[in-house]
Design a protein. Structure first.
Lengths: 447, 224
């Protein structure tokens, strides 16, 4: 999951939890506040009554009677003043029921016992619970709406800000990491950001890439120089021998020079192959070709036609005519197939056969299989067959190893898998497994 | 034909000169870009063989400059660096051919002859060999008026032997010409024998081709 999505999810979840908790606590809170407020209001009213009695005397209420009672029109509040029964507790606030004009109502009642002129009086001030709680529901609703609105607003702000904050990271990933192919030819400018973490990340990536590119350039220079240093003396020797051959009219002398040329040729081939491998490993070959497999196989077959004929080998090609491999190096693939098919001919039986076929299911790797009826490979040799200079068995002729290690490095370079199944004396099947992304055209690089 | 050999390895340049002289080319040698420029200022050339790894200047720059001074010459790039980009750039800059070192002098001469044929555009320059005549530019072999069908490789072999007639060519030299970098030493030498056998068979239908000789332990030669 992308960081942006994770953060958005986290924000949404954390805010949802807040809303749920708040919604659950809100009624309790509102009730508690209402109850406290009522208690305070009742206390204030009590004080007012007591002050009035102190100032105007208790008859102000009694008006000659022995008790006083009054309630509001809807019986929401009442006040009563009476002689206190003996043993009545001095001060209480409780929720209790009262009968007012035949209606039984639940009140929050403050009871206060006080002394006036050596007589104990009981003052009761009550307020119905209905009146106390009448604003709870609307209050809760308003509070919830306000909260929801605020949460939504902060959520949007969070989203916007996170996006803004993470934008440089997205640019770094898009331009510096995704779809980058070695060697890094295109250079992207440093990403514009004030976040130190991203600055550090971007700088580190640029630095690393520069280091890798420098190391590869150095290696490229080295192969180029090594190539020059190795090939020049071989070249001089070869040309000297050719001129020497011309100046030696005797056939036995010419034969000796021919022998020298052959030895030199072996050296030349090994050096050339090793240089080719190091060039492949140094990514000096482009991978911009799109290749129709059938055409390529056909071309290799034509190139090898005389060998196929000379060995009386029958060759069967069952390769899809329309299949194209994308982003490969044509010359290298040609060489890979050439070496494999050449081996299939070379190590075949007289009048043997070779079958080249392919298999493909959408989204899966494309598999090209070369099957021969040749001499096969010893089981013990199979794991080392692609290793440089390791010759399979003592019976195999020269040059077996280097050709297959070229195949191996071409395969590795393209991300191709090679699978070799062989039965001594019966033949060898080599499967060339092309990675799935080569079967589809690459999308254009994001700008 | 005048050839300028631009090559900083002296012994290499001298071998090339010695070989091309025998093929009646007149050669000048330059061991540096500076020398090459001086020679180019004062002499016309048909061929310029240019090593890219010169000590005093990038070979591709030398090629560009030489093309201005001597636009009609044919250019062959020689290099031991083996950089793939060099090859592409060289051909883009108008080089006629590219030979990676080490190359065979026979191959060099063959490429030069091919360029001359291509540039002169002369068709029908027939070469007589016994009772046969060979048209190198049309790639055809005739016996009297009858055309003889040779495969591509068979014709390549025959014309290569013909170009270097009276010189024994080893199987190795022949297979390198036919298969280039794909040639596979001893193993391919056998196929040279197969091809020669086929050529002989096709020619023998019409007349004896005893000018195509086998040199034991070496290879083949055309004697005329």
């Amino acid at each position: 999951m992308k960081l942006l999505n994770k953060l958005t999810l986290y924000h949404t979840l954390s805010k949802t939890v807040i809303v749920i908790l708040f919604t659950a606590l809100l009624p309790l809170l509102v009730k508690e506040i209402a109850s406290r407020y009522t208690n305070t209001a009742l206390q204030e009213q009590k004080n007012k009554v007591l002050q009035t009695i102190e100032k105007n005397g208790i008859d102000y209420y009694f008006q000659g009677d022995s008790s006083y009672g009054s309630y509001t029109m809807l019986k929401e509040e009442y006040i009563s003043l009476d002689a206190a029964p003996a043993g009545f507790p001095a001060d209480t606030i409780e929720t209790t029921q009262r009968i007012v004009e035949k209606d039984t109502l639940t009140y929050r009642v403050l009871s206060h016992v006080f002394e006036y002129n050596h007589k104990k009086y009981l003052l009761e001030i009550g307020k119905t619970l209905a009146a106390i709680d009448q604003y709870n529901a609307p209050l809760q609703r308003v509070a919830l709406y306000a909260l929801a609105g605020l949460i939504l607003a902060t959520l949007l702000i969070d989203l916007f800000f996170t996006r803004l904050l993470l934008r440089p990271l997205g640019i770094i990933i898009r331009t510096k990491l995704l779809n980058r192919k070695f060697p890094f030819k295109e250079s992207h400018p440093p990403v514009n950001t004030s976040t130190t973490d991203f600055r550090y990340l971007d700088d580190s990536i640029i630095d690393l890439m520069n280091k890798i590119t420098a190391a590869f350039d150095k290696e490229r220079e080295f192969t180029s120089n090594a190539s020059h240093e190795l090939m020049t003396p071989i070249s001089i020797l070869q040309n000297k021998m050719e001129n020497l051959m011309d100046s030696m009219p005797q056939e036995d002398e010419q034969e000796k020079i021919t022998g020298m040329m052959q030895t030199l040729n072996r050296l030349k081939k090994i050096v050339r192959s090793l240089l080719l491998i190091s060039r492949i490993e140094n990514n000096q070959f482009g991978r911009q070709d799109n290749v129709a497999v059938f055409d390529l196989v056909k071309e290799v077959r034509e190139e090898l036609e005389d060998r196929i004929e000379a060995g009386h080998i029958s060759i069967e090609i069952n390769v899809s005519r329309s299949f194209t491999l994308y982003s490969v190096n044509r010359d290298l693939l040609f060489q890979l197939l050439y070496n494999l098919i050449n081996n299939a001919i070379r190590y075949n039986k007289k009048s043997g056969s070779i079958s080249i076929s392919d298999e493909y299911k959408a989204g899966e790797p494309y598999v090209l299989t070369i099957e021969d009826t040749g001499i096969g490979i010893e089981k013990a040799d199979l794991p080392f067959i692609f290793d440089r200079f390791k010759k399979a068995g003592s019976t195999s002729p020269e040059g077996f190893g280097i050709g297959l290690s070229i195949v191996k490095s071409i395969a590795q370079y393209h991300g191709i898998d090679l699978k070799l199944v062989s039965e001594k004396g019966l033949g060898t099947t080599c499967s060339v497994i092309f990675p799935a992304q080569m079967t589809t055209m690459l999308p254009p690089l994001p700008a | 034909m005048k050839v300028l050999i631009v090559e900083d390895e002296r012994s290499m340049a001298l071998e090339m000169e010695a070989f091309l002289k025998k093929a009646f080319y007149i050669c000048d040698l330059a061991y540096s870009a500076k020398q090459a420029n001086e020679l180019l200022d004062n002499n016309p050339y048909n061929f310029i063989l240019l090593d890219l790894g010169l000590p005093d200047k990038d070979g591709l720059v030398v090629l560009k400059e030489a093309k201005l001074k001597c636009p009609d010459a044919s250019y062959i790039i020689l290099t031991a660096r083996g950089d793939l980009e060099d090859r592409i750039k060289g051909l883009d800059l108008g080089a006629d051919d590219y030979l990676p070192k080490p190359f065979s002098l026979l191959e060099l001469q063959s490429r030069m002859a091919a360029i001359s044929r291509r540039k002169s555009g002369l068709a029908g320059s027939l070469v007589q060999l016994g009772d046969f005549s060979i048209d190198l530019s049309q790639r055809l072999v005739f016996f009297e008026k009858t055309s003889i069908e040779l495969s591509k490789k068979e014709f390549d072999l025959l014309s290569y032997l013909l170009l270097h007639k009276n010189r024994p060519l080893t199987r190795l030299q022949l297979s390198e010409h036919i298969w280039g970098n794909f040639s596979d030493d001893d193993y391919d030498s056998n196929y040279i024998d197969v091809h020669i056998k086929n050529i002989r068979k096709k020619l023998a239908v019409h007349a004896p081709a005893d000018w195509l000789q086998t040199i034991r332990g070496i290879g083949y030669k055309i004697k005329s």
